[in-house]
Design a protein around this ligand. Sequence first.
Ligand code: IPM
Ligand code: MN
Length: 354
Amino acid sequence: MRYSIAVMPGDGTGPEVINEGLKVLDAAAARAGFSYELTHYDFGGARYLRTGETLPDSAISELGAHDAILLGAIGHPEVKPGVLELGILLKARFALDLYINLRPVKLFPGVETPIKDKGPKEIDFVVVRENTEGLYASTGGFLKKGTPDEIAVQDSINTRKGVERCIRYAYDYALRDDRHNQLTLVGKTNVLTFAWDLWWRAFNEVGDADYPKVRREYAHVDATCMWFVKNPEWFDVIVTDNMFGDIITDLGAMIQGGMGVAAGGNLHPGKIGMFEPIGGSAPKYTGQNVINPLAAIGAVQMMLDYLGERDAAGWVEKGIINAVSKMQSLNAGHMGMGTDEVGDLVAKFVANKG
Ligand code: IPM
Ligand code: MN
């Protein structure tokens, strides 16, 4: 197999962590026997400040022609908040119709969690977040803006098609051999009675018709936050809408050990996926070789899995676990080794058939 991969290192420490991810990709390819072609794109804050361009339409079609996109980090201290998030990240999600945001929450052995008495056995679930609708669809508007009678409306868009394709992906995921065939719908059926009525019906109709082997559960989103902390072992695969998914996956990232290890994928299954460490650009650490690249390496792992290179993804995961066991801490500046050494460690582990 030969894959075409677009690389967008982005801002801040993005390029450093992507370098390490690419080292690991190289080692995985050599061992698994696939090849790939990289195309680099310099979209991000620096380019925006230079040219005023975020992610032009012409780039969307170019990016969309790849099998996958590997993204470092978007965010620049001199750019007003929102410009790059909307102009690059959300634009790519919408324009490429990346309707799934996949966020594994997995505590690796040796990683510290703030949750007392819980370990890798208890913290291992996946959140499937709808990624193109809900409150993120950006419909609504102002009435009497700037007056004391001002009204702001922000609609939550839930289409049967959009909800159903997301739910189907989550059911399929629950049937994977590395999952336990349980799918929890996380919503707010008790209050948001239009949106969650549609989700509830789609969830049950699709489950009844096509997924008899998947055990169905339901939890309200507020209670879910409580269970993440109290009983994370209750979850296997979760499916939820865009806004709820955004919120609960930050909580998920914390219980799996923080931003140093958390990765995510934005997918249009069967077409293209964009993978990223979710920690941001961490500008104050830029160029110091102190940032933790494991989340970016985790993004490469997810990309390999998405491409169907599941053995290679498994090696990378083992390589990450091995690196964790040798690092002093997962926090930037306290790892006991440099960014490049962490990448070398994982790449070597993958290459040496560890
Ligand atoms: C995420 C981020 C984005 C989101 C922001 C940066 C637009 O928080 O990927 O979870 O809200 O989806
Ligand atoms: Mn978020």
